[in-house]
Design a protein around this ligand. Structure first.
Ligand SMILES: C[S@@+](CC[C@H](N)C(=O)[O-])C[C@H]1O[C@@H](n2cnc3c(N)ncnc32)[C@H](O)[C@@H]1O
Length: 277
């Protein structure tokens, strides 16, 4: 059986530049607008395909080093292509942020957008690492995503996946548990859980919230967004032979919501401006 385009895309997380227009890309200018002065070293954690680094290099001519840490080799390769023209101003490192290695950089700005939930339950390590690397007068700009969560810990994208799977499975939360897949809404800590965690390493200077509303123009567009953003995280809940149907059903479910409610989903995104404690 041949894999569908969405299955292939999910394996390599391809197509993110296009897919991220629906939600994540709005973090970029929101975060960079918080930078004051002329930073010399900016470090982006979970730098993906290098979009924030590219925007920072264009915005801050005095930026000497734009450094990206990222786990996915596919995304790093795409970032390297995007940032090639900036030459030695760019350094990209393959890194797992749940076990970050020391780096010879002392950034005056650290950014992390739409990544922290992937590091659950080990967020403390990267927070401590960031505090230890940040310049004494530096700033850490972090965005966190907060889907509403039900009693099973499911919400946001989990909810779309549940709608797809409940046609065949009576107990979808049980299916997540059996497969060892944590709902993303569980990975995302609440504001009340996050605050003390952040305050162990940082002083919270300001917070800003925005409502991230996702709307789509077709089922295919959402199928593409899901595959590029979540990869094969959820599709592992179904047998390999059912995966192309799974991606298609995610797109169709999202499209039905779009038609019925005028959007697919919405959730609060918080931008935390943090200084070393
Ligand atoms: C939703 S994307 C966000 C990318 C980019 N920061 C943005 O805002 O568009 C999440 C990124 O975090 C990366 N990531 C997830 N877990 C990671 C880990 N343990 N270490 C490093 N990067 C990780 C993923 O590969 C992906 O590029």
């Amino acid at each position: 059986m041949t894999a569908s385009a969405a299955e292939i895309q999910a394996r390599t997380l391809a197509g993110y530049a296009d897919a991220s227009r629906l939600r994540q890309v709005h973090d970029r200018d929101w975060v960079l607008d918080q930078v004051t002065g002329e930073p010399r070293v900016l470090l982006d954690l979970g730098s993906g395909i290098g979009q924030l680094l590219e925007a920072a290099l264009d915005r801050f001519p005095a930026l000497e080093q734009a450094v990206g840490l990222e786990r996915s080799p596919h995304r790093l390769a795409e970032a390297a292509g995007r940032l090639r023209a900036y030459g030695p101003r760019v350094a990209l490192h393959e890194s797992d942020l749940t076990t970050p290695e020391p780096l010879p950089h002392r950034p005056d700005v650290v950014t992390m957008t739409s990544v922290l939930h992937w590091l659950y339950p080990h967020e403390r390590r990267v927070l401590k690492w960031t505090r230890d690397h940040l310049a004494p007068d530096g700033v850490f700009l972090l965005t966190t995503y907060h889907p509403a969560r039900d009693a099973h810990g499911l919400g946001g994208e989990d909810d779309i996946v549940r709608t797809v799977l409940q046609a065949r499975h009576a107990d979808v939360p049980g299916l997540f548990t059996a497969a060892g897949i944590l709902p993303i809404a569980t990975r995302t800590r609440t504001f009340d859980e996050l605050e003390p965690l952040l305050e162990r390493c940082f002083r919270i200077e300001t917070v800003h919230d925005r409502d991230a509303v996702v709307t789509v123009e077709s089922a295919a567009q959402y199928e593409h967004f899901h595959a590029a953003t979540f990869g094969d995280y959820y599709s592992r809940l179904v047998e390999p032979a059912e995966r192309s149907g799974f991606f298609r059903a995610v797109g169709e479910t999202a499209w039905r919501r779009q038609v019925e409610t005028g959007h697919v989903s919405h959730m609060t995104v918080r931008l935390w401006r943090l200084a070393p404690a």
